[in-house]
Structure formats: C-alpha cells, structure tokens
Design a protein. Sequence first.
Length: 237
Amino acid sequence: MGSQLRVFSGNLMNGRADPAAFADLVRRSGADVVVAQELAPEQARALGDVLPHGRFEPARDFTGMGIALRHPADFDRVPLAYRDARIARLDSAHWPALAGGLEIVNVHMASPAFGAQAWARFRHRRKQCRGLVEYLDATPGRTRAVLGDFNATPSWPLYRVVAARLEDLALSHARSRGARPARTWARWVDGPPLLRIDHCFGSGLRVDDFQVVAIRGSDHSGLVVDLSLDEPAASGR
C-alpha cells in the first residue's frame, strides 16, 4: 500500500477570493497540504485556522505566497526572479502516512503581458523558468510535487520545459479515464474556466484522484490532488 496525501493549490486573486469561503472549502476538501498564490493577510489568517502548521508570506501586490500543513515540515525557497518558489519538505517522522520524504514546491510564474509591460514580464518569466529548471536539474532524485499558477497552457514553452522533467499529473489522471484535463482560469471572477494554466507536476508519485474546484471570488479554480508514494525515492542533492 502506498502513502497517501491530499494537496490543494489555489490562486486567491490578490485577496479577492472570499477568505471564509476558501477556508471552508479547504476544510471540506480534507486537504493535508495547501499551497496558495496571491495570498493576502486575511486569507492567510483564515487558512491558518484550518491547518495548524505552515509558513505564510501574504502581500497585497500579487506576490503573496503560503503553504499550510496538517503536520510540521521544513521550509525553504528557490530564488527566482520576481517571485521565489516556496518549498515544504515533509518527512515520515512528522507525517506518519508517508513512507518516505516528499518535497512540495509552490510556484507562481509571472503572467504574460502586452504593451509597455510585455518586455519586463517576458524577462521575469524567462528568469523564473531558468531558475526553476536549474533547481530541478540539480536535485533530480527527489520525490516531489511542483504545483501552482504557471500562467502557461500546455502549448507554451514554459509548460513544455517543466513537463520534459516532471509528469503532468492532471494529464495522466485524465488520460487514464479517457478524458481531458479540466480548465482552471476564467476571464472574469467566478466565470467559466477557459484555459488550463494551473498545474501539478510530480516525480516519484502516483495520482489517485485529481479534481478542479471553484474558489469563490477568484478567477482561478483550485486543484485538489490525491497522491500516493509507493516507495521512498533516493534523496538527490
């Protein structure tokens, strides 16, 4: 029997997602790990009331990030341009359901832009992509889930670079059922999703279930992913 874990990822739209509704959604989902992008202070407080462990760095300038956990973990970050990736390293000493260690990486890539901001955003995205890839290539043996708002559909180069190194768990789960992965981003708040730009990539993992759920007040849907670790992976450094 493999180790099982439920992970939730959501972009909270720089504080516009309803904090109480989001906390209730997390509570009802039964998530063990929540990674949040565009996390504002009131959302961090509400999330911290649901899961007692974690590290929150809320902000109101679209850079807020947070990881909430059911049990303790060690935290780190991957230095990236504009917005660093945040890391939680879970071990079996604090997570009895895990047969081995698991690394959770919370990512929020810069969104593309047109007009005056286009070149700056392009540079941010390129540097972020380069930094993430360098980190993944330097630590290839780890069991990990890399998830969040990538601001890239599967047709974009940024997605393809990451997918060349890690498994797209939404795609794997959908294909196993003869379906297509659900879209995650809407053009307006609470609107119908039009693009799939939020992703969960993995290494050394099996996806048992993958759901896309509405987040009240956000233009992004949330990802709820059930993961299994069948065997501990060797630690890569």
